[in-house]
Ligand binder design. Structure first.
Ligand SMILES: Nc1ccn([C@@H]2O[C@H](COP(=O)(O)OP(=O)(O)OP(=O)(O)O)[C@@H](O)[C@H]2O)c(=O)n1
Ligand SMILES: C[C@](O)(CO)[C@H](O)COP(=O)(O)O
Length: 245
């Protein structure tokens, strides 16, 4: 490995410390099974499938780091990749920060990928990495919206919500992960932004730096509600059927 490439290794940080309240009662979401394998293991495999990723940092539920370590040891993962497990925090943002703190010095590019998006295809991961390697400081995969979107005046539960406006759908995108960053930019964003936000790229936007979009993928959907589990199992069944041919 050349000196230059050693300082530009790519790592994926996987926040997996959430409870999964919207999925309903049960084990922490990342540990729930899809086709018999924990969601988190699918997500780790999805990151390690990219040959550019040489380190995966899993941010585990705060008290669950030893269990997650055992899980990773018990499942087959690519040997060319290193794996680290660290305990997470109270919010996704805090968990990502704890993952960033664990990165060794030689990492130049960082992906942040939700454990809750276990089925993202390799081509999407590679497209994000390539855009960062081509010079973008922050990259998000995203898809156009299928629904019309309304901005509303939020009302108490059960009361109708007045519509404020209808944004032009052609200018909107639904953002997925992995989001890719030049490491220095992402660390600066986490050092600077104190308000809680829902994705890492918006922290970079708050620094006034550009964020670019590359095509996302339908199979990179986030497992959030019970129906998403049904869809995830169906995608895996289709992949198994296709592998059989
Ligand atoms: N304190 C937290 C909260 C969330 N996450 C992670 O961030 C990702 C996206 O979050 P989301 O889908 O909202 O997961 P949960 O917070 O678990 O879901 P919910 O809001 O339904 O509880 C998930 O992989 C989740 O494990 C995390 O690492 N630490
Ligand atoms: C990061 C993210 O997946 C991009 O769409 C999303 O914002 C996470 O939101 P969540 O409410 O934490 O699931």
């Amino acid at each position: 490995m050349s000196d230059e490439s050693r300082h530009h290794r790519t790592a994926a940080v996987i926040p997996a410390a959430g409870r999964g309240v919207r999925l309903g009662p049960g084990a922490p979401k990342a540990l729930r099974a899809l086709n018999g394998t924990p969601m988190l293991v699918h997500a780790v495999r999805a990151m390690a499938a990219s040959r550019a990723v040489s380190l995966v940092v899993v941010v585990a539920p705060p008290a669950g780091a030893p269990e997650v370590k055992r899980l990773l040891d018990a499942h087959a993962l690519p040997e060319r990749t290193d794996y680290l497990v660290v305990p997470g925090g109270d919010t996704r943002q805090e968990s990502v920060r704890l993952g960033l703190d664990a990165l060794p010095d030689d990492i130049g590019t960082v992906l942040v990928h939700d454990a809750a998006r276990p089925l993202v295809p390799e081509e999407t991961v590679d497209a994000v990495i390539e855009a960062v390697h081509d010079g973008a400081r922050a990259v998000v995969p995203a898809l156009p919206l299928a629904d019309t979107v309304k901005q509303v005046e939020p009302a108490p539960k059960g009361e109708p919500e007045p519509v404020v406006s209808t944004p032009d759908r052609a200018t909107l995108r639904a953002v997925q992960t992995p989001q890719g960053f030049d490491r220095e930019t992402l660390v600066r964003a986490h050092d600077t932004v104190t308000e809680n936000v829902t994705d890492d790229a918006s922290m970079v936007e708050q620094l006034g730096l550009p964020v670019v979009v590359v095509p996302g993928h339908e199979e990179a959907f986030k497992v959030t509600r019970p129906l998403d589990l049904v869809l995830a199992e169906a995608v895996l069944a289709r992949r198994r059927a296709n592998d059989g041919f």
